[in-house]
Design a protein around this ligand. Structure first.
Ligand code: NAG
Ligand code: NAG
Ligand code: NAG
Length: 383
């Protein structure tokens, strides 16, 4: 009788708070990284300080009782966000993490479940649009099993494409505009339907005309940079009026030029020149590599490393190292609505990269990676 009362009291106590009293607290792991210059979004702190996180969340709690990590005078950044890559295999995420990329924004993979299935603790986090919109007859459309509801030749097809992706749980909508693609009217229908569903629209735009289409339809984020003609003042005026943000993927554009035997001038004058013009005019520039291992595309920038190559090419195009870093952290996060990351602030995800040298002094120091934390999970890293 006594033991039954004891048992029922125990059950009542445990069900009230989920776990026996005292257990939950033990489960919290506090970590403090000391002796680091901390990135504040614009620059590194001059003095060495300490950053604390509890499990996967940055915290303003004191470091008392924390597991201490000595940053040895290094430079602590928020984890990098690669705003353009193609995650056909979960293993690609390991290379990204090794290079400090803690968030990967996939730009078109099917089935969508194959990308979402990569999510795991301590693994680079992902977002995906599922299969991208295109028209029947493009190389992409001929990939075996490509879902035909992605073929958007009419506004009506555009709207049902968006409805289909939204019902599958797409994080945003991606549309290829070339070499063949939907017209302005169809892309406009896609953008309106996506916005009504609370989703951003990202376009593949590798020509001046594609930028024109993305501007006319007010797509949120045109990707790539034109190889045929540099973006000029009239085009920039529309980008600014629309509040559009660009992901130029210069490493992809340069790789394509090299792999196809196109004169390098097409890259230098048009792709790099576009970034120079847009940056000077104040168009926000976000960092994306287009890392992929897809045999259907003309170049395959390597996962992880190419994020750093992109930072270097952006700086060569005239972007300041500080703005290049912001384009791979806070600006990338806000552009894609990922408000839980991108900065080192209490409450945000503990996605962190410890560098041995200052990347604002020389952007190639972004490769001096010593440790990476993904949602608080530590990985040693030397690349
Ligand atoms: C971390 O933050 C998330 C999102 O705000 C929250 O759900 C979770 O409870 C937090 N975990 C800890 C250990 O503070
Ligand atoms: C795509 O085009 C090919 C060749 O014209 C045709 O055989 C096929 O039925 C088309 N697919 C769709 C879904 O329209
Ligand atoms: C492309 O070729 C140029 C000129 O040879 C070279 O400087 C550049 O590094 C190459 N880019 C890539 C991504 O291979």
């Amino acid at each position: 009788m006594l033991s039954i009362i004891y048992l029922s009291t125990f059950l009542a106590l445990t069900s009230a708070c989920g776990l026996p009293h005292g257990f939950e607290k033990k489960d919290l792991v506090k970590t403090a990284i000391k002796n680091v210059h901390v990135w504040n979004g614009q620059k590194f702190s001059k003095d060495l300080s300490t950053v604390v996180f509890i499990n996967g969340n940055l915290s303003n709690a004191p470091s008392l009782g924390a597991t201490m990590v000595d940053g040895a005078g290094g430079y602590l950044l928020p984890g990098f966000i690669d705003a353009h890559c193609h995650i056909q295999e979960c293993s690609y995420l390991d290379a990204m993490r090794q290079y400090g990329v803690t968030t990967a924004l996939d730009m078109g993979t099917f089935p969508i479940s194959s990308v979402k299935g990569c999510r795991a603790s301590g693994v680079t986090d992902i977002r995906t649009p599922g299969a991208a919109g295109t028209v029947n007859g493009t190389l992409i459309s001929q990939m075996p099993g490509y879902p035909s509801d992605s073929f958007i030749e009419t506004p009506e097809a555009g709207r049902s494409f968006v409805a289909s992706r939204v019902s599958q749980g797409a994080d945003y909508i991606k549309v290829f505009l070339d070499p063949l693609g939907p017209d302005k009217e169809t892309l406009t229908a896609v953008v309106k339907a996506a916005h009504a569903a609370g989703k951003r629209v990202i376009t593949h735009s590798t020509s001046y005309a594609d930028y024109d289409t993305a501007e006319a339809a007010k797509a949120d984020i045109p990707c790539h940079a034109p190889l045929d003609k540099a973006i000029d003042d009239p085009s920039i005026a529309k980008l600014i009026a629309n509040g559009q943000t660009i992901v130029p993927t210069l490493i992809m554009m340069q790789s394509v030029v090299n792999n196809t035997g196109t004169p390098l001038d097409a890259y230098t004058f048009n792709a790099q020149g576009s970034v120079t013009n847009m940056y000077k005019a104040g168009v926000p520039i976000v960092v994306g590599s287009d890392a992929n291992l897809n045999p259907y595309v003309p170049a395959n920038p390597p996962f992880g490393l190419s994020l750093h190559q992109e930072l270097q090419l952006l700086v060569q195009a005239g972007v300041s190292p500080v703005d290049a870093i912001r384009g791979a952290t806070s600006l990338a996060a806000h552009t894609f609505g990922l408000y839980d990351r991108g900065s080192i602030l209490p409450g945000l995800r503990a996605d962190l990269v410890l560098l041995g040298a200052d990347p604002t002094a020389d952007i190639s120091n972004s490769l001096s990676i010593q440790k990476v934390w993904v949602n608080g999970v530590e990985h040693d890293s030397s690349v």
